[in-house]
Design a protein around this ligand. Structure first.
Ligand code: GDP
Ligand code: IMO
Ligand code: MG
Length: 423
């Protein structure tokens, strides 16, 4: 019995999809536990690139079962498009993908509400992905949501009631819209969904564990976007932290084994909100260009900066991380020196913990380390790591108190190096 969790420690896009795919052969099952099509998880292998949004990243390895848990919010139209594209590219899903009947449905009007609320916020807007995530989770919490299991009985009535309620709000916000096309595609998605195994995933997950099977939980977004612990209100609307795997799949906390925390060798953020180590200069632009830091789905420019160890320590604490995974090491290959933020200065005072509010007046305090000036992308074992790169890893491990188990040196599945670390 084993259930491990892999999650992002920064503001998302750390490279979760790639590593879940790499780790899948070691597990029987891969499960998503929160988020929805706001995610864009990229995988590259055999010269092909795939971007997954709602479907777990374990779908490409053999015949592994993949589960979409109750904590996920699902847009049937986007799901259909994603699943059909995968099937067309030679990756049959229908027998291998199980969907929780308790997962909540994103309605076309949720997407409209997302846009309307953002417009109403003006300059204070969150910069959401526009996929209806916030309004769907709002309906879930306020006990008004529609769930996947609802599509099996008397659905039209439930849908009409929810739609009418949403339309009242849209009217009060003077938001203009036309639902004709989106609603048609959405109902096609509902019919398509019925072809999948719609399951009580909490029973399935616990049965699999009792049978001695192993499960890898795939997080979406990142810890700094968590609804409770992220940079509120510039966050997503779900619990992205490790505890989200328990509520989003129905597993007890004492069943969780390893927690893989994944981070980039630097830091990025997309959308609005505070970002203490953000770089507005040429260095930031260079990182963006070298790291191709543009949204996997939206193409939005990602904001770039140096690694923030204050935020990372905080994320490791709330997630209970046991193993670290460092991504995109190769992006820093050309730098003479590399900076790491080890503390913040707030109102003239130096602090090394993550404060209540990082919105204003937080100045990062950096340590500068020598760069490795070597092409990491061709490396296949840690024996090849340059001295300066090892020194960077050792520095991070000392600061963070957790070993770096995996280092990623390029986007391809093969460009992944497992390190020997004492356990
Ligand atoms: P996710 O949302 O956490 O799965 O991450 P995204 O897919 O949104 O963004 C990560 C991006 O970095 C993708 O384009 C990956 O192909 C790419 N990537 C992942 N690991 C590496 C790496 O080690 N080096 C480089 N250069 N790119 C990487
Ligand atoms: P993956 O899983 C990066 C950000 C949005 C916005 C905020 C709220 O690919 O790492 P939402 O649509 O969720 O209400 O938007 O969260 N955001 C992400 N940023 N990666 C993601 O997912 C994200 N999902 C949401 O940009 O700032
Ligand atoms: Mg992403």
């Amino acid at each position: 019995m084993k259930i491990d969790v892999l999650l992002g420690l920064q503001w998302g896009d750390e490279g979760k999809g790639k590593v879940v795919d790499v780790l899948t052969p070691h597990y029987d099952v891969v499960a998503r536990f929160q988020g929805g099509p706001n995610a864009g998880h990229t995988l590259e292998f055999e010269g092909q690139k795939y971007v997954l949004r709602s479907i777990p990243s374990g779908i490409f390895q053999g015949d592994k079962v993949n589960i979409i848990g109750n904590g996920v919010v699902l847009d049937p139209a986007l799901f259909k498009a994603e699943a059909e594209a995968l099937e067309a590219s030679g990756h049959p899903l229908k027998e291998r993908l199980h969907i929780s009947k308790k997962a909540h449905l994103i309605l076309p009007t949720h997407r409209l509400l997302d846009a309307a609320y953002e417009a109403a916020k003006g300059d204070a807007k969150v910069g959401t992905t526009g996929k209806g995530i916030g309004p769907t989770y709002t309906d879930k919490i306020s006990r008004n949501g529609l769930r996947v299991g609802d599509i099996l009985h008397d659905f039209d009535k439930k849908y009409a009631q929810a739609k009418a309620r949403h339309e009242q709000i849209l009217k009060s916000l003077n938001f203009e819209y036309d639902l004709t096309d989106t609603e048609k595609a959405w109902f096609e998605g509902i019919e398509y969904l019925k072809q999948f195994h719609l399951v009580d995933s909490e029973h399935e997950v616990n049965r699999l564990l009792a049978e001695g099977k192993s499960i890898l939980c795939e997080g979406a977004q990142g810890t700094m976007l968590d609804i409770d612990f992220g940079s509120y209100p510039f966050v997503t609307s779900s619990n992205t932290v490790c505890a989200g795997a328990c509520t989003g799949l129905g597993v007890a906390p004492n069943k969780i084994g390893d927690v893989y925390g994944i981070f980039k060798a630097y830091c990025t953020r997309v959308g609005a909100g505070p970002f203490p180590t953000e770089l507005f200069d040429e260095t930031g632009k260079t990182i963006r260009d070298l790291g191709h830091e543009y949204g996997a789905v939206t193409g939005r420019e990602r904001r770039c900066g140096w690694i923030d160890l204050v935020a990372l320590k905080y994320a490791i604490m709330v997630d209970g991380v046991t193993k670290l995974i460092m991504m995109k090491s190769d992006v820093l290959d050309g730098f003479d020196t590399i900076k790491a933020c080890v503390a913040y200065r707030v109102n003239g005072e130096e602090i090394d913990y993550f404060p209540f509010d990082i919105a204003e007046g937080v100045e990062p305090i950096y340590v500068e380390l020598p760069g490795w000036k070597a092409d990491m992308t061709q490396m296949t074992s840690e024996d090849e790591f340059p001295e300066e790169f090892n020194a960077y890893l050792t520095f991070l491990e000392e600061q963070l108190g957790v070993p770096v188990k995996i280092v990623s040196v390029g986007p391809d599945r093969e460009q992944t190096i497992v390190r020997y670390v004492e356990e």
